[in-house]
Write a new protein. Structure first.
Length: 279
C-alpha cells in the first residue's frame, strides 16, 4: 500500500500519528483523529501493544513520555487556533511540513476553504496511499504541494493557487526544531511576505535546553533536532511583523482538563506553543 518506507525526518510523522491514534482511543480524548491509526500501521508502528521503548534509562523514557504528551496538547492547541482563524475569515490554510496531518479530513471547515499541504513527494505519496485505502474524503478543498521547504516552495505554493492577498492561516507543527536558526528566520520571513494583514500563524518551538537534554538519545528523532526557541519568542515574532502569544504545554494542558501533576524541573519563562496574527 505504501509508496516508500518512512525514513529521515518525515518518518517522525508516523510516530506522531501513533501518539494521536493512542489519544483518540482514550475515554476522554482531547481530539479525534480517525486516520492516525492507519498512518501508524502503514508506517510499521501499530497502536496495539506497548509503545516502542525509548533508548537508555528510565530518565530517557520519561523524557519521551513528555514528548508524547506535548504532541497531544499541541494538536489540540492548533486545532483550536485553526477554528478561531476560520471564524475570523481565513479561507486559506497552509500546513508547512504537513507530514501525517489529517486536519483536512477531521475538522469541520467553512465553505470555500482551501487547505494546502506542503511536504516532499515521499511523505505525500505515502499519505495518499493510506487515505485512498481508507476511502477518506476531505472536508475542504485539499491541495498537495510536493516541494522541499529548502527549495522554491513559495513559487510552488503560488502555482498551486495560493493568493497572498487573502487571509491565510499557517501551521508549522513539529517542524522548526529540525531547521537551523537561519533557515527558521528565512522560512518565517517568506511566510510573512505571503501573509495579508490579519492572517494567522501557529508554531511549535523547542524549549531552551531541549537539544542538550536529548543529545544522548541517539537513533531517535532527537538526533535531528537543531533549533530551539529564542529567549523571548513574542519579541522575536514582533520583529518579524507578528503579534504573538506564547503558552506552555502545562498551561494549555490545565486549560484542557489534563493538568500535569509532576513538579516542573525547570520553570519556563516563555512557552513554545505560539499563536500569532499578522500586523
Amino acid at each position: 500500500m505504501t509508496t516508500a518506507k518512512p525514513s529521515g525526518v518525515w518518518a517522525t510523522a508516523v510516530g506522531v500519528a501513533r501518539v494521536r491514534a493512542r489519544e483518540t482511543r482514550r475515554e476522554n480524548p482531547l481530539f479525534l483523529d480517525p486516520l492516525a491509526e492507519a498512518f501508524a500501521a502503514a508506517g510499521g508502528l501499530p497502536v496495539d501493544g506497548e509503545p516502542p521503548r525509548a533508548p537508555g534509562d528510565d530518565a530517557a523514557r520519561r523524557r519521551w513520555g513528555a514528548v508524547a504528551f506535548s504532541i497531544v496538547v499541541r494538536t489540540r492547541f492548533l486545532d483550536e487556533l485553526l477554528r478561531d482563524a476560520a471564524d475570523a475569515g481565513c479561507r486559506q490554510v497552509v500546513l508547512l511540513g504537513a507530514g501525517m496531518d489529517s486536519r483536512a479530513y477531521r475538522l469541520d471547515w467553512p465553505s470555500g476553504t482551501r487547505l494546502f499541504e506542503i511536504d516532499t513527494a515521499e511523505p505525500l505519496g505515502f499519505k495518499e496511499s493510506v487515505v485512498r485505502a481508507q476511502r477518506a474524503e476531505p472536508r475542504c478543498e485539499r491541495i498537495t504541494v510536493p516541494v522541499d521547504l529548502r527549495e522554491d516552495w513559495t513559487g510552488a505554493l503560488a502555482a498551486a493557487g495560493h493568493d497572498p492577498a487573502l487571509l491565510t492561516v499557517w501551521i508549522a507543527e513539529g517542524l522548526l526544531i529540525y531547521l537551523p536558526q537561519d533557515a527558521v528566520e528565512r522560512l518565517l520571513g517568506q511566510v510573512g511576505e505571503l501573509s495579508a494583514t490579519g492572517s494567522r500563524m501557529g508554531l511549535t518551538l523547542g524549549q531552551p535546553g531541549v537539544v542538550e537534554r536529548f543529545a544522548q538519545d541517539t537513533g531517535t528523532a532527537a538526533s535531528m533536532w537543531v533549533s530551539e526557541m529564542p529567549p523571548d519568542p513574542v519579541a522575536w515574532l514582533a520583529g518579524l511583523g507578528w503579534d504573538a502569544r506564547a503558552y506552555t504545554v502545562r498551561e494549555r494542558a490545565a486549560a484542557y482538563g489534563r493538568p500535569v501533576t509532576a513538579p516542573e524541573e525547570q520553570p519556563q519563562r516563555h512557552g513554545g506553543l505560539i499563536s500569532a496574527a499578522r500586523r
